[in-house]
Design a binder for this molecule. Structure first.
Ligand code: SAJ
Length: 432
């Protein structure tokens, strides 16, 4: 006979919590999704979604209709609790991780815990957070025997970071391997048994601190490698070279794989998580801190290069292509593209036009600048200066014939056939 399916309570229904809750529900378990925002809860209970993610709308509709997913503002008793709430920075200007949402969610969960339950944290967190959760449960529920501090623990507590890529979340939730760190080996085994019910990737068990560090290391690794590419692009600009050509050739070496330069690093993970390592080891992280500086510095470099181009083409209309933090998504939070074009809008006002197929309206900071939104066709027909900030497929598809005679600054390297814009600007200046 098949063992009874556990009842699951997912706390936090954001970019990770909602897709995860839906995938768990699809596997046949009953999931109560909890969010503090009533509007989010109401939206999900109607079978609708409040975030954009490929195929998520149909999945949520199906699991709400089948009764496997319900949403509420209140935590309720379950067998497995999964916490996926934000871990932002504190407002102290020092990139200090703020785990107060994790601890608040933990205290709510603690109130309904019973012996035999499993509590899992998925939020990206500084090392030691899973133990801090355990201590928060201990303070709330002195009646329970907890792992690491009592013999024969009654509750399993583990850390299992998400590592899914926005735009491919539903696919990666199932197929990626998972690192599952328990406060004790038994905790890890309990949590792994839960994930094995819906994950096809391997569930690799470890201790909680190693799993916490692993998540931070993955994103810091990427940040450091993107910083290398961004630094090369700044060197190439100074030396009048084509960085894309150099990277393409270098990557033919069997042990070299340089990432792609861009206008800086965006999103809520790669530009944030390295600081969680730095916070715990400031003296030991010169490389990680420098990489953050290089990637943030790239945004300023792009603003300066774009300004030089715009100044070299007085009277020309300027199209800034893209607002999203990466290609083919509608997520504009922490986006370098948005920061660049908003800065240019404040500087050049009505000359600036923003092209972004994934939105109807410009974000609030463009208000009062005079900058306007244009569709791609009109921008190509009317703007003499094109600044590529996002590698959306729609932009990549623009043929050379539509770009001939334009001054182009391509921060993503999507148009390798384009005559060099900065050189073109210098030619223009020389001939004036
Ligand atoms: N970027 C570059 N050059 C590159 C690759 C990326 O400039 O060669 C830029 C992108 O344009 C974007 C930023 O980096 O602005 C981040 O994009 P991304 O696609 O590399 O990553 P995210 O932030 O969407 O998702 C990352 C992933 N982490 C890793 O690949 C190590 C994902 O697996 C994590 O789950 C996610 O962070 C997270 O939630 O932590």
């Amino acid at each position: 006979m098949r063992a009874k399916q556990p009842e699951v309570c997912m706390v936090g229904l954001g970019y990770i919590g909602l897709p995860t809750a839906a995938v768990i529900a699809r596997s046949g378990m009953n999931v109560l999704g909890v969010d503090i925002t009533q509007k989010v809860v109401d939206t999900i209970n109607r079978g609708e979604i409040h975030i954009e993610e490929v195929d998520l709308d149909a999945l949520v509709q199906a699991v709400v209709r089948s009764g496997n997913l319900k949403a509420s503002t209140q935590v309720a008793p379950a067998d497995v609790f999964v916490i996926a709430v934000p871990t932002p920075f504190e407002k102290d200007g020092h990139h200090t991780p703020d785990i107060s949402y994790v601890l608040a969610a933990t205290r709510e969960v603690a109130k309904v815990l019973k012996p035999g339950d499993t509590v899992i944290l998925e939020s990206t967190s500084p090392v030691g957070t899973t133990e801090a959760m355990r201590d928060a449960i201990a303070a709330e529920r002195p009646d329970l025997r907890l792992p690491g501090i009592a013999a024969r623990p009654e509750i399993a507590i583990a850390y299992c970071p998400e590592r899914v890529l926005p735009g491919k979340i539903l696919e990666e939730l199932i197929h990626n391997d998972r690192s599952i760190g328990g406060i004790t080996p038994h905790c890890a085994e309990q949590a792994a048994a839960f994930y094995q019910r819906f994950v096809r990737g391997e569930c690799v068990v470890t201790d909680a601190r190693s799993a916490e560090m692993t998540k931070l290391v993955e994103n810091a690794y990427r940040d450091v490698n993107i910083a290398f590419a961004n630094e090369l692009s700044i060197v190439a600009d100074a030396m009048g070279m084509d960085v894309w050509e150099v990277i393409k050739l270098a990557n033919r070496h069997p042990r070299v794989n340089i990432l792609q330069p861009g206008p800086g690093v965006g999103g809520h993970c790669i530009a944030v998580d390295p600081w969680f390592i730095v916070h715990g080891a400031r003296e030991q992280t010169p490389l990680i801190q420098t990489a953050r500086g290089v990637n943030d510095g790239k945004i300023r470099h792009v603003i300066a290069q774009a300004s030089a181009l715009i100044d070299a083409a007085p009277g020309e209309k300027v199209a800034c292509l893209g607002l999203a933090f990466k290609a083919n998504i509608d997520d504009f939070r922490e986006s370098p593209a948005r920061l660049v074009s908003a800065t240019l809008a404040r500087k050049y006002g009505a000359r600036i036009h923003v092209v972004e197929p994934h939105t109807e309206e410009l974000p609030i900071e463009y208000g009062g600048t005079g900058a306007t939104k244009l569709d791609l066709e009109t921008a190509l027909a009317t703007c003499g200066v094109l600044i590529v900030l996002v590698d959306h497929d729609a932009f990549k598809a623009v043929p050379l014939a539509r770009r001939i005679g334009k001054m182009v600054y391509d921060t993503r390297g999507i148009w390798p056939d384009q005559p060099k814009a900065i050189e073109a600007a210098e030619d223009l200046r020389r001939s004036a």
